[in-house]
Design a protein around this ligand. Structure first.
Ligand SMILES: [Zn+2]
Ligand SMILES: [Zn+2]
Length: 340
């Protein structure tokens, strides 16, 4: 089988490997579509602490079950499936308290940029779902990133009539826009790239702000749209400490800053203590997904609640992975589906 291997920043090689064997509790999936994701693009640009090269990578995929371990009952050969990239253990301190995204025993499965992938036991049990017939493989592969954003939206406690500013119009920011609109809130979308802002508009963003003019000007514009207060909820969907700070400054008194984008390791932010104290702002970190959100995500896709065509802007054969990653790195397109 063909596997895309990450050898270091900018260095991805397509290699020939044996199709892996499965254990009695595992499932082998023939991947039919894998999507580029911010994490993969970051990996491609600067490496990833969990991916010592050479390493298979990619984690958003859907495909067909082609082999089933003896002890697996939930799927059979030929079942169309989507699997998450991890699953919580169910018995640690955090899992028992219902905080499964904080599971102490999370492990991640990489290798979606490949012809085949082994789904390990825990994911088979908790996060392997059957894809409805009318949902395409590419659409189903949106399940994992969408689940993360559903988590972010639910943690932000958005009410009808709220104003939500979303900083960053990459795939994650755009998922936020689509979901926040469904919550009956007004969306102000910021980004540095006009093309991405116009995609946000097609998804229903009420106001767009190109943040090229700098932090102060952008905050001023957000305040001008909210009678000088700032947004009820401000969301960071970029992953830069500077934008985390900007996001907090855009939040109104008593509002919530949802800090969603993962920043580089060992970075820090500065927060004005008076602002935090007198404004009673809630700062919320949000990470990853849970089995419940994975199911919700596939349901939303299946019900047609997500404009999937806006999110998957192109399809390419797996052999063109370099080109695909460079394209999304250059912010041309939202997500590219790689077809092995
Ligand atoms: Zn992802
Ligand atoms: Zn756990």
């Amino acid at each position: 089988m063909k596997v895309a291997m990450f050898y270091g920043p900018g260095d991805v090689r397509l290699e020939e490997k044996d199709i892996p064997e499965i254990k009695d509790t595992e499932v082998l999936v023939r991947i039919r579509a894998a999507l580029t994701c911010g994490t993969d693009v970051k990996t491609y640009r600067r490496g990833h602490r969990l991916l010592p090269p050479p390493s298979p990578f990619g984690h958003e995929y859907a495909g067909d079950v082609v082999a089933v371990g003896k002890m697996v009952e939930k799927v059979t050969e030929g079942t169309r499936v989507v699997a998450a990239n991890s699953a919580p253990c169910g018995h640690c301190f955090y899992c028992k308290r219902g905080r499964e995204s904080l599971c102490e025993n999370l492990f991640f499965v990489w290798g979606a940029f490949s012809e085949y992938i082994v789904v390990p036991e825990r994911i088979v049990k908790k996060n392997l779902l059957t894809v409805p017939d009318h949902v395409t493989y590419e659409e189903a592969a949106l399940t994992e990133p969408l689940a993360c954003v559903i988590h972010g939206v639910e943690e932000s406690a958005i009410c009808m009539g709220d104003t939500v500013v979303i900083n960053g119009a990459g795939p994650i920011g755009l998922f936020f826009t689509a979901l926040v609109k469904q919550k009956g809130a007004r969306v102000i979308q910021t980004d540095l790239v006009d093309e991405r802002l116009s995609v946000a508009e097609t998804l229903g963003a009420d106001h767009i702000i190109n943040a090229q003019e700098g932090e102060d000007a952008t905050i001023k514009k957000v305040k001008a749209l909210t009678e000088g207060r700032g947004a009820d909820i401000a969301i960071e969907a970029v992953g830069y400490p500077k934008i985390w700070e900007t996001t907090i400054k855009m939040t109104r008194k008593g509002g919530t800053a949802t800090l969603f984008g993962g920043c580089e390791k060992n970075t820090a932010i500065t927060v004005d203590t008076s602002l935090l104290h007198y404004s009673e702002i809630t700062m919320k970190g949000v990470f990853h997904h849970t089995p419940q959100y994975i199911r919700t995500a596939l349901n939303l896709i299946s019900w047609g609640a997500i404009d999937t065509k806006t999110f998957i802007t192109e399809k390419m054969p797996l052999s063109r992975i370099d080109e695909a990653l460079q394209k999304v790195l250059a912010q041309k397109g939202v997500k590219i589906a790689l077809i092995p």
